[in-house]
Design a protein around this ligand. Structure first.
Ligand code: ZN
Length: 192
């Protein structure tokens, strides 16, 4: 065997290895691209969020996925799950109600966005839902839109005149209105 044959043989082997590596590289990228496309489309279909967000979610999951397919798959399903929850009116309605309770029945959209990690649109949609179900109503306080949940407002008892609606402290011993003579009755009032 002449040396030049050995040389060609080596060259051919190196060439094959390079071609092989390129093929493997291509296959990995085609698989990645396909997963990204399928997952992105699936998320868009189910959740109806913008494709930009869906791609970002999948990209993040794929970075993780390169370290382990299982971890990646878990991350994808968790993120899809989180995104589904954030769009679920029932679950988010319950979460927002809990926040309202924590803040004694008065919250702004910022509370909802920061505590639940929602987008402005999502928070707006869920608050609108609760408003239309009469769980809460809106008021303007200090030039700010406040969502008031009357169920969680602090309550106290007072006396009120049945006729002219003047109010008195519960401790007031009078049973007759000093200005109009109407009867005073005891009512429960929410504290502002
Ligand atoms: Zn009166």
């Amino acid at each position: 065997m002449k040396w030049e044959y050995v040389g060609y043989g080596l060259l051919a082997m190196i060439g094959l290895i390079i071609v092989g590596l390129v093929l493997i590289f291509l296959v990995i990228h085609i698989i990645k691209w396909t997963i990204k496309k399928i997952a992105g489309d699936a998320i868009n279909k189910v959740v109806g969020i913008g494709s930009g967000l869906a791609n970002k979610v999948v990209d993040r999951a794929l970075d993780v996925g390169e370290k382990g397919v299982v971890t990646g798959a878990t991350a994808v399903s968790k993120m899809v799950g989180d995104e589904l929850t954030k769009n679920d009116p029932k679950k988010m309605g319950a979460e927002i109600t809990k926040i309202a309770q924590k803040y004694n029945g008065e919250i702004t959209i910022s509370h909802v966005i920061s505590e639940l990690g929602l987008t402005n649109d999502q928070a707006q949609r869920h608050l609108w839902n609760l408003t239309s179900q009469k769980v809460c109503h809106t008021e303007i306080k200090n030039k700010q839109k406040v969502y008031v949940f009357p169920g969680f407002k602090e309550k106290r008892k007072i006396k009120v005149c049945e006729y002219c609606e003047t109010t008195f402290e519960l401790e007031d011993v009078r049973n007759e209105c000093p200005s109009c003579g109407g009867t005073l009755k005891i009512i429960t009032q929410t504290v502002d």
